[in-house]
Design a binder for this molecule. Structure first.
Ligand code: GLC
Length: 420
């Protein structure tokens, strides 16, 4: 008690914040792997340093439910939350509700990757500070590939065959609930990410192309969706139809799956001392269809933004800047596997030595496939929802891929209503 009083008093003296100016700032931290602990720890650190108080607001785990909730709060002009994490696809949708951070981050252009800043800039306003960047990856069990003398698959065909073979062998060996594959196929934004990878890695485009053309009704896209549908109830449990990221990680980390599609954050917890698969995990680019030009990894990532309805915009912006700073990004990269958004952190020797994604998988990140958020702007969420619903119907066997993409094309034409 005494010590904390002394240290807060010291902080107040050092940082020149008078108790009278101290405010409470509420931040919505993420929910994947170590995100919440790291976010809370550093928000508390900021609070101590500045004499302010932070409150953590736990949003839902699904990116789509997060967006729905923030839209509700913003529609009500609620001041309940000051700093939020925004998804890479959200700036167009939330543009009227976020503070322009240019004034608070005058050197941003020199500090962050230009493409990420451009993504977060709408009508010249910098709506969010890039915090970490994501791309879809293939996780595999090194020990099991070795045991069954299989290679890391380069094509989906090899991938499916290997998953089938090892699933059968492990089940025969007594692991009754062992699966070849886990991924995210609940009807939400995560399914859009998984499915755009299947479609794009077959050469089937990205649902809506950058020029606005609705491309999803094509034979290669259909082949990608059919492939994934054939996995459900075979190499993947039917339960994937209700899985988000953390559900897939739970099964994989328990040693009950050979392959997992997930984001970089899933690596660090798999290597913790108490993880049953510590030392047994490899990470590779996702496979491509035989004959297709290249594989595809969905581009993801999160930023920090300040609500326009915050009663303490200056303090909230200060917290966002602090969290997105180089020191915290470095720690999160090393200890929680979140990929930095500042070039300088990638040059840090400790980061290079400990974060496997920074070096060997650089290509995956550089060439990641964006969802059609820029072209669809405010209508992106409707596009994505129509796509994940159609995909979910195909995966659960309720619709044929051919029919689903035809219907989806019609629906997207309605959403576009003449122009994006
Ligand atoms: C990850 C990605 C994000 C994506 C989400 C979908 O959090 O970073 O961009 O929308 O997964 O579940």
């Amino acid at each position: 008690m005494k010590a904390s009083f002394v240290s807060s008093a010291l902080a107040l003296a050092l940082f020149g914040v008078s108790a009278a100016n101290a405010v409470t700032v509420t931040i919505g931290c993420g929910s994947s792997g170590g995100d919440v602990q790291f976010c809370q720890r550093y928000a508390e650190e900021w609070a101590k340093k500045t004499g302010n108080t932070v409150k953590n607001f736990s949003p839902p785990t699904s990116a789509s439910e997060k967006l729905a909730l923030f839209r509700q709060l913003f529609a009500a002009k609620s001041g309940d939350i000051d700093v939020i994490q925004t998804d890479v696809t959200w700036p167009g949708t939330l543009k009227d509700h976020l503070v322009d951070l240019n004034k608070y981050a005058p050197n941003a252009a020199k500090e962050y990757f230009p493409a990420l800043l451009a993504n977060n800039t709408v009508d010249g306003k910098l709506l969010a500070l890039p915090w970490y960047t994501d791309a879809g990856l293939l996780y595999y069990r090194k020990d099991l590939l070795e045991k069954y003398k299989e290679k890391v698959p380069g094509t989906w065909e090899e991938f499916t065959a290997t998953a089938k073979k090892i699933q059968e062998a492990e089940r025969k060996a007594g692991v009754a609930d062992f699966h070849g594959l886990v991924f995210q196929a609940k009807a939400y934004e995560g399914l859009t990410c998984n499915a755009i990878e299947w479609v794009a890695s077959h050469g089937g485009g990205t649902i809506v192309e950058p020029d606005g053309r609705i491309s999803i009704n094509n034979p290669k896209a259909i082949a990608g969706l059919k492939m994934a549908a054939s996995w459900v109830g075979d190499i993947a449990p039917r339960g994937v139809l209700n899985y988000e990221e953390e559900d897939a990680r739970g099964v994989f980390q328990n040693g009950k799956a050979l392959f997992m599609r997930n984001w970089p954050y899933a690596y660090a917890p798999s290597q913790k001392a108490d993880s049953p698969i510590k030392g047994k995990v490899g990470v590779a680019p996702l496979p491509k269809a035989a004959g297709a030009a290249k594989g595809a990894a969905a581009l993801g990532g999160w930023s920090l933004a300040v609500s326009k309805y915050s009663k303490n915009v200056d303090a909230a912006a200060d917290l966002a800047l602090y969290m997105a700073g180089a020191a915290i990004q470095k720690d999160r990269a090393i200890n929680a596997g979140f990929n930095p958004t500042r070039p300088e952190v990638y040059k840090d020797k400790e980061v290079v030595a400990t974060n496997p994604f920074v070096t060997s998988l650089e290509e995956v990140f550089v060439n990641a496939t964006p969802r059609p958020a820029t072209v669809a702007g405010l209508k992106y969420n409707e596009v994505s929802q129509a796509f994940w619903d159609a995909t979910h119907e195909v995966l659960s066997g309720k619709a044929k891929a051919e029919d689903a993409v035809k219907k989806l094309e019609g629906k997207l034409n309605q959403v576009r209503r003449g122009k994006w």
